[in-house]
Ligand binder design. Structure first.
Ligand SMILES: [Zn+2]
Length: 593
C-alpha cells in the first residue's frame, strides 16, 4: 500500500487551499477504503481493505469564493502521515499496517481493545485532530474516567500535534482559537472538548458533538455511557470511538467486544499448507520474538491481516496486543522486558496489559444464598397499602431509566444500553430496612408519562414521606414530582467520587451528593448482616438479579473499588433501593455528614 501513496508536501499548500482541505468531499473520500468481507480459507471473515486511493490534488471552482481552489483527496491515514508531525518527523506507519484500516474505514462505532503502550491514545489524538481540520465546524468530545487522565491526554497527545505539525499550526491555529487544556479550537470552526466522567457524566452535559471518544472505557461506570452518548444526538455524523484495556470478563468492554466484529490481527506461518494463521497470545511468545504456535518458527507480525471472528458489524472491534506493535518485537530489550513480565506479573495483569485480553471473572459482592437468606416466605411483595399494617412511615426511591433492554435499537439504528425505571417503597423497623413495594417499568410500561402517573399514584396511596430520585436521568420528571408533592418532599441524588462523608448537600446544584462506593458497599454489607430484609424469593427474584449482576473491580488509577454491571445485567433495583433507604436516612437524620 505504501507505493500507492503520494505524499503531499505541506509546504506547497497556501492558506486558502488548506481551508479547502476541509471540504466535505475530502471528508467523504476518507471512506474510500470501504471494507467488505469474504470467507477466508480459515472460514473466518477477513477484512479486506481495497486498494488505497492515492492522495490527489483536485482543482475546482468555488462559487462562494469566486475563484479556483484546490482540494486534497486522500484516505485519512495518508492525511495523518503527511500532516501530523511529531518530534520533527511525519507520523510513521512503518510496521503499523494494522492501523490503516482502522483509520481509513468510516465505521460508525470503533472499539479498540488494547494492551498498554500500543499507541491507543495517539490513535485518539490523531483521529481527533485530523477530523477537526478536514471538516469545518466538526465537534469532538473526548472523555476519560478522570480529570488527570484527560489533562494528560490534552497535554501529551493533542498539544504536541498542534504545536509540531507545520501545516496544522500555521493554517488551523491562530490567536482567535481556543487553546485551553480542556477546549481546543481550530480556525475552520472545529472544536475539541476534553472532559472526564467517572461516577457521573455531569461534565459532559450540554455538549454537542460529531465524534465521541471514550478512552479507558473499562473504568467508566456503565450507566453513564448512554448519558454521555446523548452528546451525539444532534449530529449528522454521530461517530463513536471507544478505546480501553480489558480487565475481567465481566467488564463492560467485554460486553461491547462480544457485540463487535472481534477483529484479530492474525499472523501467518507459511510453513504449513494451508497457511497457519496465529492468534496472538502467550503461545506465540518465543525466546527471541513472536513464533508460530504450531511449529515454533519465527513469524513476522507485519505480515498479519485483520480477521473478524464474528459476523456482527454494529461495532467494529479491534484487539491490539503488544505482540504486534513494531517497537516491541523488533527491540531485543523490549522483548526481554515482555518475557520478564510474563514470568513475574500476575497472569491477569499480563493478559490485560500486554496481550489486551480479559482474564478471569470479577469478584461479586453478594451471592444468591446471601440474598435468599434475607427473603421472608410469609411476606409477599405489596401492591396496595391495604395489604400492610397501618402506621408505617414510608419512603420511595426512583432510579430513572430509559426503558431499553439492550437489544433494541435507538433512532440511529445503534444498539443501546439496557436501562429501566425502577421504583421502590420501603420503611424501617428498628435498624432494619424493608423494601415492600417494587416496580420495574418494562416493555409497554416504559412511556415516561405512564411511569410518572404510576409513581405519583403509588406515592399518594402509600403516603410516602420523602422521595429520593436519581438526578442524572429523568426527562425533567424530578421537577414535575416537586411540583406535585412540593420541593421538600423530593431529594435529588447524584453520585460523586471525592466526598469526605457519605452524603453531602450541594446548595448550589440543589442536589444531594452521595459517595457511591460507600453506599453500594453498605447495601451489600447490610444484606449480609440482615439489616435489609426482602419479600419472598418467588416475587423478589427478578429484582435480586439486579443485585447479583453487580461486580467489583479495583481501579488502580483511582485507587478505589469500582462497582459496576454489564449493560445486559441491569442494576436499577440496587439504586432505587439505595435512594429509598437514603431518603429514610435523611428523614431520620441518619448517616449525614
Ligand atoms: Zn508454523
Amino acid at each position: 500500500m505504501e507505493d500507492e501513496e503520494k505524499p503531499v508536501a505541506s509546504g506547497e499548500i497556501d492558506p486558502l487551499e488548506a481551508e479547502d482541505l476541509a471540504g466535505e468531499e475530502t471528508a467523504n473520500t476518507t471512506d474510500v477504503a470501504q471494507y467488505n468481507q469474504q470467507i477466508s480459507s480459515m472460514n473466518q471473515l477477513e477484512l479486506q481493505t481495497p486498494a488505497y486511493q492515492a492522495a490527489s490534488v483536485q482543482t475546482s471552482f468555488n462559487e462562494k469564493l469566486g475563484k479556483e481552489v484546490k482540494k486534497i483527496k486522500a484516505p485519512r491515514s495518508t492525511l495523518i502521515h503527511n500532516l501530523i508531525h511529531l518530534n520533527g518527523d511525519k507520523f510513521d506507519f512503518t510496521g503499523r499496517g494494522y492501523l490503516r484500516p482502522i483509520y481509513d474505514c468510516n465505521y460508525p462505532v470503533i472499539l479498540l481493545k488494547t494492551g498498554r503502550q500500543v499507541e491507543k491514545s495517539q490513535f485518539n489524538a490523531n483521529m481527533i485532530v485530523i477530523n477537526s481540520i478536514c471538516v469545518p465546524y466538526y465537534k469532538t468530545l473526548y472523555v476519560s474516567p478522570s480529570h488527570m487522565q484527560t489533562r494528560q491526554f490534552s497535554a501529551d497527545k493533542v498539544k504536541p500535534i498542534r504545536d509540531q505539525s507545520p501545516l496544522i499550526k500555521n493554517f488551523f491555529i491562530n490567536n482567535s482559537v481556543s487553546d485551553q487544556v480542556f477546549e481546543k479550537g481550530y480556525a475552520n470552526g472545529s472544536m475539541n472538548y476534553l472532559r472526564s466522567a467517572y461516577l457521573n457524566a455531569d461534565r459532559c452535559r450540554g455538549i454537542s458533538s460529531d465524534t465521541l471518544c471514550i478512552d479507558e472505557i473499562q473504568d467508566v461506570i456503565t450507566a453513564n455511557i448512554p448519558v454521555i452518548e446523548e452528546v451525539l444526538s444532534h449530529s449528522k455524523y454521530g461517530y463513536k470511538n471507544y478505546t480501553g484495556t480489558p480487565k475481567t470478563q465481566d467488564n463492560t468492554i467485554e460486553y461491547f467486544w462480544d457485540k463487535s466484529s472481534q477483529c484479530e490481527w492474525l499472523v501467518p506461518c507459511n510453513a504449513h499448507t494451508p497457511t497457519h494463521w496465529n492468534f496472538l497470545d502467550e503461545k506465540s511468545i518465543g525466546v527471541h520474538g513472536p513464533i508460530c504456535n504450531q511449529c515454533g518458527r519465527a513469524i513476522n507480525p507485519a505480515d498479519g491481516k485483520w480477521h473478524a471472528l464474528s459476523t456482527k458489524r454494529d461495532i467494529m472491534g479491534f484487539r491490539i496486543s503488544q505482540l504486534m506493535v513494531p517497537w516491541k518485537y523488533t527491540s531485543p530489550v523490549k522483548w526481554k522486558e515482555l518475557l520478564w513480565k510474563m514470568e513475574n506479573w500476575t497472569r491477569a495483569q499480563f493478559y490485560n496489559e500486554c496481550l489486551g485480553l480479559a482474564y478471569d471473572s470479577a469478584t461479586k459482592p453478594i451471592t444468591k444464598t446471601e440474598i435468599m437468606a434475607c427473603c421472608h416466605s410469609t411476606q409477599p411483595l405489596i401492591t396496595h397499602p391495604s395489604q400492610m399494617k397501618a402506621g408505617q412511615t414510608l419512603f420511595a426511591g426512583i432510579d430513572w431509566g430509559e426503558g431499553t433492554d439492550g437489544s433494541e435499537r435507538g433512532m440511529s439504528g445503534k444498539l443501546r444500553v439496557a436501562s429501566y425505571t425502577v421504583f421502590t417503597i420501603g420503611f424501617y423497623i428498628g435498624q432494619v430496612f424493608w423494601p415492600i413495594y417494587i416496580r420495574k417499568f418494562e416493555g409497554k410500561e416504559t412511556n415516561p408519562e405512564y411511569v410518572l402517573q404510576q409513581i405519583v399514584r403509588a406515592c399518594r396511596q402509600f403516603r410516602v414521606q420523602l422521595i429520593g430520585a436519581d438526578w442524572g436521568h429523568g426527562w425533567g420528571m424530578n421537577e414535575r414530582l416537586e411540583k406535585i408533592f412540593g420541593k421538600n418532599k423530593v431529594v435529588k441524588f447524584i453520585h460523586v467520587s471525592s466526598l469526605k462523608g457519605r452524603r453531602h448537600f450541594d446548595p448550589i446544584g440543589l442536589k444531594m451528593q452521595l459517595s457511591r462506593n460507600q453506599l453500594i458497599s453498605e447495601i451489600f454489607t447490610d444484606i449480609r448482616t440482615k439489616k435489609i430484609q426482602f419479600p419472598r424469593w418467588q416475587e423478589f427474584e427478578k429484582y435480586a438479579n439486579d443485585l447479583l449482576g453487580v461486580y467489583q473491580e479495583y481501579n488502580e488509577y483511582m485507587r478505589s473499588i469500582k462497582y459496576d454491571h454489564r449493560p445486559d445485567h441491569p442494576d436499577d433495583f440496587l439504586h432505587s433501593l439505595i435512594y429509598a433507604r437514603e431518603a429514610a436516612n435523611i428523614y431520620y437524620g441518619i448517616g449525614g455528614s
